[in-house]
Design a protein around this ligand. Sequence first.
Ligand code: HEM
Length: 202
Amino acid sequence: MSKLSFFIRRFHSLIALIPIGLFICVHFMLNSSIFLGNEAYMTMVNFMKSFPFIELLEIGLIAIPIIFHGIYGIYIVYLAKNNVLKYKYYRNLAFYLQRFTSLIVLAFIIWHVYTLRIAPVSAEGTFAALLSMLQNPLTFVLYVIGVVATVYHFTNGLFTFCITWGICVGDRAQKIFAICATALFIVISIWAVGILLALAVA
Ligand code: HEM
């Protein structure tokens, strides 16, 4: 691996956590306001929209990092040798799932951002579009798939991040980290699907 591709690979890994991973956590926390009712949710949306230079922040801290991580990620997927069918080890399956979920995440983000951020003209329009998608059984299931795939990609990514950066070395440490990543995947998935269900009945 050349010095440049080593550097790009590390950069791809770092921005996956900060700012992208951090943003996903904050995004779920803000969306949890639906548990307090529709009014609390709309207050949160309007509060977010009232930030000065919100569009610049969205583009600089969220859109550009995701576009870079996504495009380079597709290149990594293209290079990957998916030997999951040959070797049925858990880590091998996780390696394959990390790449497979990245494609679902990519499609989901494009759909999510277009329907809720680009197409609607107002906060009320966004809320109405979100409710109508989540009250339709087909789009609700697609949403659950998109969100759970994103959570898997993120939590398994936290584990591979720790390996990439030498935080988690050795067999025993990797086993413990893998269990923690799986537990985190289950907890965040339940939380995220709970938000979708709360929105579906709002
Ligand atoms: C936009 C579509 C996306 C694509 C195509 C994509 C692709 C990838 C690929 C291929 C990897 C594996 C890299 C490797 O093994 O070296 C990866 C790692 C990772 N991704 Fe994504 N990703 C996307 C979105 C996201 C999002 C939205 C998040 C945050 C929730 C995220 C977080 C991570 C993390 C934490 C890693 C682990 C980095 C590491 O192993 O060092 N990705 N991504």
